[in-house]
Design a protein around this ligand. Structure first.
Ligand code: NAP
Length: 370
């Protein structure tokens, strides 16, 4: 039985991963050790068959080295401090990671097997050992448009994203709720029907958002009643790092011979969970809409084609519908007025499931079958 070490199971991605692995009975295939950066030697709360009863120190290279597979959702700082040192110590096992640190290294593969199982399998045969989950928004976009990528119909894409607070971590989700409470506790003191004085209330909301006690330690700005058109750090070319990831990661996932340009604006919105994106897709030929829809629908079992009408779009193309679910709805598909090769689409996906945990747990099965 392979020895699996799990790091980062307490975090948001880690918790979703644990839920999925339990639901799919994945632990029955492994002898599992749970590691923690902060709770070593405490009782392991996941008393599973074949699991070590105590939590192990996630910085103990000697114990880590004994694993056949290490799967980490701990974050980039952990990967930076442990991965290189562990390899230097002679760790020959597989490293599966949710963090971005190793994604663009030549020695790693970005895993999204419905799109690149062939790339993963070739890499396993050539002995590559680092298998890294892609950026959540990129993975979700690629699953939604898998049929168009597979059939090589795309010239370029622009994506305008609407990314949930949870993409930034648990503390940010909590801060969003505190921000909402800070405002609504104040203005709703006067009752629930404020429509007659709504413009006065709107001014009060604006003032509350800049109040000295407004909670914004984590976001640095109000996200409630607002949006934030910058995610991650600044690059010299004017892109945010989140925007940069779309093209480089998508093309690495596909191992494209010819780069497909992808660019757009990434925006944080006040949804709790799920990332949405509005896409403009430039096709390399004029394809009838029903053929575009068939390619999308037939590519994988998770993509859900939503008819381009108001009621289905408002019901199925939302974070509310998609949260906690493996489906990837895509809709608003129509030819744009700009020209017959330009297609409009809107897609939503759970960034903690297909955007993070699911490709990692599926990688475990690919290793089992290898
Ligand atoms: P997170 O919730 O901040 O958890 C990371 C670690 O923080 C935990 O494993 C835990 O480690 C520690 N921790 C400290 N206090 C905690 C508490 N009160 N509750 C839970 N954990 C606590 O991080 P995350 O959002 O899951 O992200 C992990 C990695 O996945 C990052 O590299 C991120 O970029 C990537 N990712 C995130 C998303 C997303 O939507 N959030 C999507 C795709 C990829 P110890 O047990 O060792 O203390």
């Amino acid at each position: 039985m392979m020895k699996l070490g799990i790091v980062g199971w307490r975090g948001m991605v880690g918790q979703v991963l644990m839920e999925r692995m339990k639901a799919e009975n994945d632990f029955s295939h492994f002898e599992t050790t749970f590691f923690s950066t902060s709770q070593k030697n405490l009782q392991n709360p996941h008393q599973l068959e074949n699991s070590h009863p105590l939590l192990q120190d996630a910085y103990d290279l000697e114990i880590l080295k004994k694993m056949d597979i290490i799967l980490t959702c701990q974050g980039g700082d952990y990967t930076k401090s442990v991965h290189g040192e562990l390899r230097k110590k002679g760790f020959k096992g597989y490293w599966i990671d949710a963090a971005s640190t190793l994604r663009m290294e030549n020695s790693s593969v970005i895993v999204l097997d419905p799109l690149n199982l062939d790339v993963i399998q070739k890499s396993l045969q050539t002995g590559l050992k680092d298998y890294i989950g892609g950026n959540c928004t990129v993975s979700l976009m690629m699953l939604a448009l898998g049929g168009l990528f597979k059939n090589k119909k795309i010239d370029w894409i622009t994506s305008m994203t609407y990314q949930a607070a949870s993409g930034a971590g648990a503390r940010h989700m909590s801060e969003l709720l505190s921000q909402m409470k800070f405002v609504t506790d104040d203005v709703l003191k006067e009752g629930l029907d404020l429509s007659e004085k709504i413009l006065i209330i709107e001014k009060r909301v604006k003032n509350l958002l800049s109040h000295a006690s407004f909670p914004k330690n984590h976001f640095g700005h109000p996200l409630a009643f607002n949006l934030l058109p910058w995610i991650d750090s600044e690059l010299e070319n004017g892109q945010s790092r989140e925007e940069w990831k779309a093209e480089v990661e998508a093309n690495k996932i596909l191992q494209s011979q010819k780069i497909i340009p992808i660019d757009g604006t990434c925006v944080r919105v006040a949804a709790m969970r799920c990332h949405s994106q509005g896409l403009t897709i430039k096709l390399n030929q004029n394809i009838p809409l029903d053929e575009i829809e068939s390619m999308i629908r037939e590519h994988n079992s998770w993509v859900k084609l939503v008819p381009n009408n108001k009621s289905d779009s408002l019901k199925y193309l939302t974070p509310e519908y998609t949260s906690g679910n493996l489906q990837i709805p895509i809709g608003r598909i129509r030819k744009m007025n700009i020209g017959p090769e330009f297609v409009n689409a809107f897609t939503v996906g759970d960034q903690l499931l297909w955007g993070a945990a699911e490709p990692l747990r599926r990688m475990l099965h690919i290793l089992l079958a290898h």
